[in-house]
Design a protein around this ligand. Sequence first.
Ligand code: PLP
Length: 264
Amino acid sequence: MAMRREPHVLVVGGSDSSGGAGIARDIETISAVGVRTCLAVTALTVQTHDAVIEIHHSPPSMVANQMCAALQANDVATIKIGMLATAKIIVAVAAVLRKFPQVPAVLDPVLASTSGRALLEAGAIAAMKRDLMPLCRLVTPNLIELALLVGSELAMDEDGAVLQGQELLAVGFDALLIKGGHASGPRSTDILLRPDREPVRFATRRLNASMRGTGCMLASAIAAHLAKAKSLEDSVREGKLFVFEKLQECRLNNHNVLRPAKQT
Ligand code: PLP
C-alpha cells in the first residue's frame, strides 16, 4: 500500500478512560498543532480524574506490531512515547526504535499518576534507562520523575535539578527537558540540557491552575512541532506555550481544575 506522505506523530502510550491524560490528550494536542497521529496502545486503564481504578497491559508483541504497522503505512516524522507499563513493553518498543533509527522519539518517562498509582511496574526504571533512553531524541521528566530516575531525593533548587539532569544525560542520549511545574516560585521554568552545551531555560508565569495530562500535552506538542520540521529549541518553546495557554484556558473556564496550585 502507498505510504501516506502527510507527516504523522506515532503515539505510543496508555489509554486513560477519563480522557484527562494518555493517548486521548496526545491525539487532542497533536491534532491541535495540525499534525496527524497513528497509535500503538500499551495499556487500557479505567480512571476518573482523581483515581486509577484498573490497568490492563497490552501484550508486548502487539505493541511492537502496532508500531511497525504505523511506521510502515505512514510517513511517521516523530514518535511520542508515554506510559509503557512493563519492562517487557519497554524492550519491545526499544527493538522497534532500533529498526527505525531515522525517526526521532520523544519520551515522557511516565512513572505514576498524580493520584499516586504506579503506571510503570517496579524494577522497570532500569530497563527504561538502559534499553530505551539511549534511543531517544528527548526525554522529558518532571522533578519527581527525575529524582526517581537517578535514585536521589527531590532536587532542592534549579542547580540541584541540573546536576541530577546531567547525571541522567550520562546514560547517553541527546537531550533532557527538566519540567519545573512541580517547583514553586512565580515562574515555571523548564530546562533543556544537552551534552557539551549550556542549559537553555524556558520560563512562563506560574498560573494558579492545575490540570491533568500536562506532561502528555507538553511531550506531544514538542513531538508535533518536531514533525513540522522545527528545531528542538523551537519545538520546546512552542510546546511550553501550548501548555501555558491550555492552563490559562482551564483556569478561566474552571474546567478540569483538580486542586489550586500552591500560592507563591
Ligand atoms: N494515565 C495515562 C494513560 C497516562 O499516560 C498518564 C500520564 O502520562 C496518566 C494517567 C497520569 O496522568 P496524571 O498525572 O495527570 O494523573
